[in-house]
Design a protein around this ligand. Structure first.
Ligand code: GUN
Length: 290
């Protein structure tokens, strides 16, 4: 092992402490308590765990944290009615609808029904449009977390060649936009790309977000590269592994995120940052420096 470990747990803890301090100050100075509401439809076991963590961590940061749980057979109209109520509620500054949604509900229609100012996932087309154009919208949480971890390992990323593996709306596309915004030269590669190992070997920064256990091997990595592994894959023995073969990669990379304890903890940390930012904007207050 020669690579430096990029510690997501410690980075998330530090970020959460700064968010909690900023939230306490907002309350003391302006009587503003940032409010996050998480909506869960159905019984997806992983989603239940995520929603409980989001609820708990928002509370721990001093936010007003609520959750709405709808049954598996809830209709799209019921969910849209709930979103309309939350959009109109001044105590709710951030709304997160946990994905995936049951098959009778069109996730796109639900996301587009959110008030973009409260869309703390950053998935509404107003926010994705801002991300790719002028900036200033709410930035998706996992990509934001990737960038915070990258900045620890590589404070000056300008001019670096960044390769993103995976083109999802949740990670691949937005992280590519953020890397471009950080003046990297960006390659967005995916399952149809030819010769992925060769593309990856050209990367000074490699972000793997494909959801395929240990697909990226040690010989795919440029010596000294920074590797950000977004994958969280549960194996049949219960073990969690990333999209990168960690033991091999850590012998080649300059810095690498572990799984678990890398990108994972950063997602909720960035959700709390977004909730704070959304609350300040809705009250026309300056954004705290985090
Ligand atoms: N399901 C998996 N990742 C996410 C995420 O970032 N946001 C939401 N809302 N659902 C998810």
């Amino acid at each position: 092992m020669s690579a430096t470990l990029i510690d997501g747990k410690a980075t998330a803890r530090e970020s959460n402490a700064r968010v909690a301090a900023a939230a306490a100050e907002l309350k003391a100075r302006h009587g503003l308590v940032p409010g996050l509401t998480v909506v869960l439809v159905g019984e997806n076991p992983a989603s239940k765990v995520y929603v409980a963590s989001k609820e708990r961590e928002a509370k721990a940061a001093g936010m007003h944290s609520t959750a709405h749980r709808l049954p598996e057979n809830a209709t799209q109209a019921e969910l849209l009615a709930l979103i309309a109520r939350l959009n109109a509620d001044p105590a709710v500054h951030g709304i997160l609808v946990q994905l995936p949604l049951p098959k009778q509900i069109d996730a796109n229609a639900v996301i587009e029904a959110l008030d973009p100012a409260k869309d703390v996932d950053g998935f509404h087309t107003v926010n994705t449009g801002r991300l790719w154009s002028t900036g200033g919208g709410l930035v998706p949480c996992t990509p934001q977390g990737c960038m915070l971890l990258l900045s620890r390992a590589l404070p000056r990323a300008a001019g670096a060649h960044a390769v993103v593996l995976g083109r999802s709306i949740i990670v691949g596309k937005p992280v590519a936009a953020l890397l471009l915004g950080a003046d990297c030269t960006v390659t967005l590669a995916h399952s149809k790309s030819r010769d992925l190992p060769a593309i990856c070997r050209g990367a000074d920064i490699l972000v793997a977000a494909v959801g395929r256990p240990e697909m990226v091997r040690g010989h795919w990595i440029k010596p000294g590269a920074v590797v950000i592994d977004v994958g969280i894959n549960r194996m049949s023995d219960g073990k969690l592994v990333g999209d990168v073969a960690f033991a091999e990669a850590s012998g080649v990379a300059g810095a690498i995120t572990p799984v678990p304890g890398g990108v994972g903890p950063m997602t909720i940390a960035c959700l709390l940052r977004n909730t704070l930012v959304a609350a300040c904007r809705q009250r026309s207050l300056p954004q705290p420096v985090l």
